[in-house]
Design a protein around this ligand. Structure first.
Ligand code: ADP
Length: 629
């Protein structure tokens, strides 16, 4: 029979396909197995309609390879194809038989017509590894079998052939070995076995292969008896399709470790079945520890995408928002439309719906963990809290309502983690703001002079120690109507009305002294003021305006040499401290010495804040001069 040409548009598509659509050549096996599985679904479906008595147990796929002939065969006992179907299904690319079948049976029970392939190109992926493909097939209930043969783009032939049973045998004649590709790798038991495990583990029919078992020969060291056994390579029922009651934590953990290559059990697993606007099964895991590359650019977020038990995408980033990028797992949905390649999912509405739903599921699960297992949640927070914070920050606060309840900060009260809700519930009568301080460590922040008075009043302070913290607080603005207020900002007014009045009076009385000190610190501070934040300490440093001292530090440490924003520093002095009378005395008697005192006090305020002093030597000399006075 003369060779038939593929239709013109098909030819181009085929070339494109062979060369570029799929990123991994190895997926050819997944495609052929999926087709075989579809073919059996179709037969089973027909049997149900026409009472043919075929049960799923009668159906299966056989996989074999021949090293000498360099062939791989995939055999199924499904519906098979007649001549017309061969012509239509394999002669015209992108005309999917499965798709047509699905449409014809749109009314039928969905569960039974659950066919993966929707666009006809999968079969041609065989040409990525094969120089020649043969399809020997016989349609169920018909007498004649046919052999379809093709060597790729130049066309195909169909001839009558001999075959006793219904179904198809697909034979791939592997391409010759090249420098880049060693196609012989597919001629090995372990390779085929691992491909089945990887991509087709949950195909619902058995995928069988003859495997060689070696048993040591008795009494003969190093010699083996070899026997051949038929083994089912796939596990058939996906773990996520089983009911939660059937599964133990152990099973979930083992699955996670095996599939996501972690040596530790996950911290949490989430198994959910969702029905409604989007129907899917999801199995999600939160690892115990962040992977080593988690906070690097190399880390790629995503969930595995399955369609009816077949993995169609290893990492679908669209299913996870950035702030949950640490989540591992998979989503299996039957009705998600696929475009030409199973690897390239349409970014459609359905995918968005699933993402939204998954996002909610994870959030609820975290909230539950926070409420029911605080210890575990804190462990989670130590590993991934930063990611949640970055998420909040990079979404410009749009996820505020959604994420703010997941945040934990260390509180001054017992140096323990607290949620914002807990903080607010403990706020004292008369406290109208959520106080925070930001710096390098909890220990350092806890010694800040400004904390003393607040602690005396029984107010709690949140200690922010991550670089991103202050930006987050800025973004949140308030929580439950309570404003965030930095105790390192000049306008934090945690003094009482009386104290405020007193401060005003003292400022008025000491106007000239403050002016003199400000003059001495010209160019270094924006202002010098009497403080109402201090108890036993002489000075503290605060800032005016939007840029805080901590932000100045964070921004200053970032790469780039453009002008970095600076904080407007304010030196606050405790008018009740003995040093203040000394300053008053010097103002009247020795202005030069007053300038030295101003320098020293400013440098001390810098040191307390954890900031560098400009001239440590000058500072030391001035202190030594005082010591030897
Ligand atoms: P699809 O995405 O539809 O599976 P393919 O290119 O993989 O596209 O296959 C094209 C069509 O060829 C299928 O829809 C199906 O009708 C038919 N086909 C492929 N393999 C088999 C098989 N093993 N048994 C029966 N029909 C098959």
């Amino acid at each position: 029979m003369a060779k038939k040409q593929f239709k013109a548009e098909s030819k181009r598509l085929l070339e494109m396909m062979i060369n570029s659509i799929y990123t991994h050549k190895e997926i050819f096996l997944r495609e052929l197995i999926s087709n075989a599985s579809d073919a059996m679904d179709k037969l089973y479906f027909r049997s149900m309609q026409e009472n043919l008595g075929i049960t799923r147990e009668n159906l299966g796929i056989d996989l074999a390879f021949d090293k000498d002939k360099r062939t791989i065969t995939v055999t199924d006992n499904g519906i098979g194809m007649n001549k017309d179907e061969l012509e239509n299904n394999l002669g015209v690319i992108a005309q999917s038989g499965s798709f047509k079948f699905k449409q014809d049976n749109a009314e039928a029970d969905k569960e039974e017509v659950d066919v993966i392939g929707q666009f006809g190109v999968g079969f041609y992926s065989a040409f990525m590894v094969a120089k020649k493909v043969e399809v020997l097939t016989k349609k169920y209930g018909e007498d004649t079998a046919y052999l379809w043969t093709s060597e790729g783009v130049d066309g195909y032939t169909i001839t009558e052939a001999e075959k006793d049973t219904n179904g198809s045998v697909i034979t791939l004649y592997l391409k010759d070995k090249t420098e880049e590709e060693d196609y012989d790798e597919y001629l090995a038991e372990y390779k085929l076995r691992s491909l089945v495990k990887r991509y087709s583990d949950y195909i619902r029919y058995p995928i069988r292969m003859a495997v060689t078992k070696r048993t040591p020969k008795e009494g003969k060291e190093g010699e083996y008896d070899e026997t051949t056994e038929i083994e089912t390579l796939n596990s058939m029922v996906p773990i996520w399709k089983k009911s939660k009651q059937e599964l133990t934590d152990e099973q979930y953990n083992e699955y996670y470790k095996e599939k996501f290559l972690d040596y530790m059990d996950p911290l949490v697993h989430i198994h959910s079945k969702t029905e409604g606007t989007s129907t899917y099964n999801a199995l999600l895991f939160i690892p115990k520890k962040a992977p080593f590359d988690f906070y690097t650019k190399e880390y790629e977020k995503g969930l595995q995408r399955y369609s009816s038990g077949v993995m169609i995408m290893e990492k679908c980033g669209d299913l996870l928002p950035d702030y949950f990028s640490f989540v591992k797992g998979l989503v299996d949905s039957e009705d998600l439309s696929l475009n030409i390649s199973r690897e390239m999912l349409q970014h459609d509405r359905q995918l968005k719906l699933i993402e939204k739903s998954i996002e909610r599921t994870i959030k609820n699960e975290l909230k539950k963990l926070l409420n029911n297992d605080r210890e575990k949640y804190e462990e989670f927070w130590k590993n991934f809290g930063l990611q949640i914070k970055y998420g909040l920050y990079s979404s410009y606060g749009m996820q505020k309502e959604f994420l703010q309840d997941l945040l934990l900060f260390t509180s001054s009260a017992e140096k323990k983690y607290t949620t914002l809700e807990e903080y607010v519930s403990r706020m004292k009568e008369g406290q109208d703001a959520i106080y925070f301080a930001s710096g390098e460590s909890v220990a350092k922040l806890d010694t800040l002079p400004q904390t003393e008075m607040l602690k005396d009043k029984g107010y709690e302070i949140l200690y922010l120690t991550d670089n991103v913290d202050e930006f987050i607080v800025k973004m949140l603005v308030d929580y439950d109507g309570k404003e965030f207020k930095s105790i390192q900002s000049s306008d934090a007014d945690f003094e009482s009305e009386d104290e405020k009045k007193e401060k005003k009076e003292k400022t008025e009385q000491n106007k000239d002294l403050l002016g003199e000190i400000k003059k001495a610190l010209e160019g270094r501070v924006a202002d010098v003021r009497i403080s109402a934040k201090l108890r036993s300490h002489p000075v503290c440093l605060t800032s005016d305006g939007e840029v805080s001292l901590e932000m100045e530090k964070v921004l200053g440490a970032m790469p780039g040499n453009e002008m970095k924003p600076k904080a407007d520093r304010v030196l606050e002095i405790n008018a009740d401290h003995p040093i203040f009378s000394k300053l008053q005395f010097l103002y009247d008697n020795d202005k030069e010495k007053l300038a030295d005192y101003a320098d020293i006090l400013y440098d001390q305020a810098l040191l307390i804040e954890g900031l560098e002093i400009e001239d440590p030597v000058a500072y030391c000399n001035k202190v030594c001069a005082l010591m030897t006075d």
